[in-house]
Design a binder for this molecule. Structure first.
Ligand code: TMP
Length: 216
């Protein structure tokens, strides 16, 4: 069976601006008449949203690293069956705010669980489905922490369980993204997240169009 849809993911440390950029790309593609499906990990489905609430609830201080890992993949497995595969089969461009690269970097690198266990679980949850393009919006740790902190302040009490991580944790996450981009340069494209929203979007758009031109 020939594949009609496209699967593109957005990645980056918290506060990188990836969610804003993904919305911009979705809008720009829809304006050109494309069929776009947006999803988010964790939380793209009704079941996933409940799992997300557990994962991000600051009260869940007892949640262990392995349980956390499995919950992220439980949400993703549901997304694959309910949203991703049907949308790809319909020929949509699926954009996902985070995917397994987040688990590689946050749980594999950040929590120190290693990449192998993450790759094994990905096989089970995603059944071989991988993104064709991953846009990694790269910002330094200080920018990321400042933006995430400002957002929590502005939105009053939105700090999540993941926000309580230390600077060293985010440095490991960023190191993980760097390693992924070096290992899979065709798929994982680094976008400089510095500058205005418009400036960053120009970079995202150029990267997407270039990739698409090579994949039609
Ligand atoms: P978000 O705020 O970008 O939606 O992401 C929610 C948080 O969950 C964020 O701190 C990153 C984290 N996360 C992981 O630790 N592992 C994962 O596999 C995913 C998808 C997210």
């Amino acid at each position: 069976m020939t594949e009609r849809g496209l699967f593109v993911t957005f990645e980056g440390v918290d506060g990188s601006g990836k969610s804003t950029q993904m919305r911009r790309l979705a809008g720009a593609l829809r304006a050109r008449g494309e069929h776009v499906v947006e999803t988010v990990e964790p939380g793209g489905t009704a079941v996933g949203a409940q799992i997300r609430a557990i994962l991000l609830d600051p009260a869940n201080t007892a949640l262990g690293a392995r349980a956390e890992l499995l919950l992220y993949f439980a949400a993703r497995a549901q997304n694959v069956d309910e949203i991703l595969e049907p949308a790809i089969a319909r020929g949509a461009i699926v954009l996902s705010d985070r995917w397994t690269d987040s688990t590689l970097t946050y749980q594999g690198w950040g929590r120190g669980l290693g990449e192998d266990v993450v790759q094994d679980l990905d096989e089970i949850a995603c059944r071989g489905r991988k993104p064709g393009l991953t846009i990694w919006v790269d910002v330094g740790v200080d920018t990321a922490l400042a933006r995430a902190g400002a957002r929590n302040e502005a939105e009053a009490n939105t700090a999540t369980r993941m926000d309580s991580q230390q600077r060293e944790f985010y440095l490991r996450v960023i190191e993980g993204y760097r390693a992924l981009a070096a290992r899979e340069p065709q798929r994982v494209r680094r976008i400089d997240g510095a500058g205005s929203e418009d400036e960053v979007f120009q970079r995202v758009w150029t990267e997407f169009q270039t990739w698409r031109g090579q994949n039609v």
